[in-house]
Design a protein around this ligand. Structure first.
Ligand SMILES: [Zn+2]
Length: 288
C-alpha cells in the first residue's frame, strides 16, 4: 500500500481511544524494523524524520525513495505515513516537494501571531496536496537537533486558535520532554491536557517525548485525547544496548561476525522489540 497521510488513522485512534506511534527513523535498519513490526502486529504507523536525520540519510528524496521501495518490496499493507518531525517552514516545504505524506511545522518558538500566519500558509498547501499537518503550541522540553525547549505547558486558548486553522493534529506542551527524563521531573500536566481537549474537541492530540513516560501516564494521556505518541530516544537506547552487548561479548571477532548484516542484527531486533512493546501499550495492535 502506498504512503497515506495521518488524518484517517488518527481520527480512528481518537474515536477508538488508542494512539498511533510515531517512530523516528535514522537509516535502513530503523525503517525496516519499524515497518516489519507494524505489519506483523497489523498496526498503523507513522515514520518520523527530523531535519537532522533527513540530512544524515542524504536528503528527503533519498528517504522517500527508501520508504516507498520498502512498502512495495516488503509487501506492507498496513497504513504508513511518512512525517517530518519538528519541521522548519523551509524544511516543511522541501518535504512536501519530496513526497512526504505528512509534516509537522514547529512554529512554537515564534510569537503566536507569526506561528498562526506560517501555519495557515502550510495548512493551505497541505490541504491542496493531500498531506496531514501537525502544529505545536507551547515548547516541549529537552534538546532535539540543537533546539532546546523549556517544557512549558501550552496555553489552551492558543491551542484552540491553532486547531481552528485546520491542522490535522496538534502537539501541546504538557510538561513533556525530549530524550531521557530527569529524576526531578514533575510528570505530565493532565490539567493542561484536559483543558486543551475540552477546547479542541475531536482534534487528535500529539504527545512528544514518549521515551520514559510511565505506562500509567501514557494510558491516562490517551484517555484524555492523545492519539499520536512520538518515540525516538527509546529505540536509540535499545539499539545501542544490543550493539554494545554484541561487541562486548566479542561476537564481532568470531567467524564472519564483522559482517554489517550480523553486526547490526541485534540492534535491529532490539528496535523491533521496542516498537512492539510501544504498539501494545498504545493499543494500536490490530487497528490497521
Ligand atoms: Zn518532538
Amino acid at each position: 500500500m502506498p504512503l497515506v497521510n495521518a488524518a484517517e488513522m488518527l481520527t480512528k485512534a481518537k474515536a477508538g481511544h488508542y494512539a498511533v506511534g510515531q517512530f523516528n527513523i535514522n537509516n535502513l535498519e530503523w525503517t525496516k524494523a519499524i515497518l516489519l513490526t507494524a505489519q506483523e502486529l497489523n498496526s498503523p504507523v507513522i515514520l518520523g524524520v527530523s531535519e537532522g536525520a533527513g540530512k544524515y540519510m542524504a536528503g528527503y528524496k533519498t528517504v522517500v525513495g527508501m520508504v516507498n521501495g520498502m512498502l512495495e518490496e516488503l509487501n506492507i499493507t498496513v497504513p504508513v505515513a511518512l512525517h517530518l518531525d519538528h519541521g522548519s517552514y523551509e524544511g516543511a516545504k522541501k518535504c512536501i516537494e519530496a513526497g512526504f505524506s505528512s509534516i509537522m511545522f514547529d512554529g512554537s518558538h515564534y510569537p503566536i501571531e507569526e506561528n498562526i500566519e506560517k501555519t495557515k500558509e502550510l495548512v493551505a498547501i497541505c490541504k491542496e496536496k493531500g498531506l496531514s499537518i501537525e502544529a505545536e503550541v507551547g515548547s516541549i522540553g529537552g534538546e532535539e537537533d540543537g533546539i532546546i525547549g523549556m517544557g512549558e505547558c501550552a496555553d489552551p486558548n492558543e491551542c484552540k486558535q491553532i486547531a481552528d486553522l485546520g491542522v490535522t493534529m496538534l502537539a501541546a506542551g504538557i510538561g513533556n520532554i525530549h530524550g531521557k527524563y530527569p529524576d526531578n521531573w514533575k510528570g505530565l500536566s493532565f490539567e493542561t491536557l484536559d483543558a486543551v481537549q475540552k477546547l479542541t474537541g475531536a482534534m487528535p492530540l500529539v504527545l512528544h517525548g514518549g521515551t520514559g513516560i510511565p505506562a500509567d501516564m501514557i494510558k491516562k494521556a490517551i484517555s484524555l485525547g492523545v492519539s499520536k505518541i512520538n518515540v525516538n530516544t527509546e529505540c536509540q537506547l535499545a539499539f545501542q544496548e544490543a550493539t554494545r552487548k554484541y561487541i562486548e561479548e566479542g561476537k564481532d571477532l568470531q567467524g564472519k561476525g564483522f559482517d554489517p548484516r550480523k553486526l547490526l542484527a541485534p540492534g535491529f531486533e532490539a528496535i523491533k522489540a521496542t516498537v512492539k512493546e510501544k504498539m501494545e501499550l498504545f493499543g494500536s495492535v490490530n487497528k490497521a
